[in-house]
Ligand binder design. Structure first.
Ligand code: HEC
Length: 207
């Protein structure tokens, strides 16, 4: 017998005894107690009939490098990360949305180079427009895009490369990230990943 069924039986018993009291006992105070028992018992039964939902933390996507054979595999993992651990979908949409507060990422893989994407994720402050809405010299405004490679999101390099593969794939671009770029745990990467240094030089590549 499951826990819930046991509790439901107890609830039924309480409702039953309350009903018996109302039927058999005349004393005013005892009848009030019986009535309260029925109400409480019914509340319990209703509460127990609501389906139980465990709220577990989101499942961590395990990045098992052995299962990744093609860039498409990377994009598949990247898509999962985009909507889970990476938390990208909390802020970004893919396609226009009424409620979007952050850039729509539709087609971003076609607009930005792989290096620029990597930089957008790991150095969000590197290339941000100047703010002209105040007096005096235009100021840089702070990036609201979080550092994806740092806490709390803290994606590994492999996960970031996979997200980039996904962004390229969903933009209809050929995926320029290779499986060989992935870091095998304990080994140096086969071909060092070119990480764009911050600076306006990258802007030129982006367009
Ligand atoms: C807290 C909200 C937030 C989260 C989470 C977030 N972003 Fe962003 N992102 C932004 C904002 C805001 C910008 C615009 C630049 C800025 O203000 O920092 C941006 C900019 C970008 C850009 C550059 C867009 C362009 O047109 O230059 C890319 C690419 C991007 N985000 C991808 C991602 C990916 C991929 C993830 C998940 C791994 C992610 N973002 C998570 C808010 C977020």
């Amino acid at each position: 017998m499951s826990e819930v069924v046991k509790l439901q039986l107890i609830g039924l018993m309480i409702v039953g005894s309350g009903t018996l009291i109302l039927l058999l006992v005349r004393a005013q105070f005892v009848r009030v107690v019986g009535f309260v028992a029925i109400v409480l018992g019914l509340f319990t039964l209703v509460a127990l009939s609501v389906p139980q939902m465990a709220s577990l933390p989101p499942i961590e996507e395990k990045f098992d490098i052995a299962t990744v054979k093609t860039p498409t595999d990377m994009a598949t993992i990247g898509q999962k990360i985009f909507f889970s651990k990476g938390q990208c979908a909390l802020c970004h949409t893919i396609g226009p949305s009424e409620s979007a507060r952050c850039p729509d990422l539709k087609g971003i893989g076609a607009k930005l180079s792989r290096e620029f994407l990597f930089e957008s994720l790991t150095q969000p402050q590197a290339y941000i427009y100047l703010d002209y809405r105040h007096e005096g010299q235009p100021k840089e405004y702070p990036a609201r895009m979080p550092y994806i490679n740092k806490n709390p999101i803290g994606l590994s390099k492999n996960e970031i490369l996979s997200v980039i593969a996904f962004l390229q794939q969903m933009s209809g671009e050929p995926i320029s990230v290779n499986v060989a770029d992935l870091e095998v745990p304990g080994h140096a990467p086969a071909t060092p990943v070119k990480v764009a240094q911050s600076g306006p030089v990258d802007v030129a590549q982006a367009h």
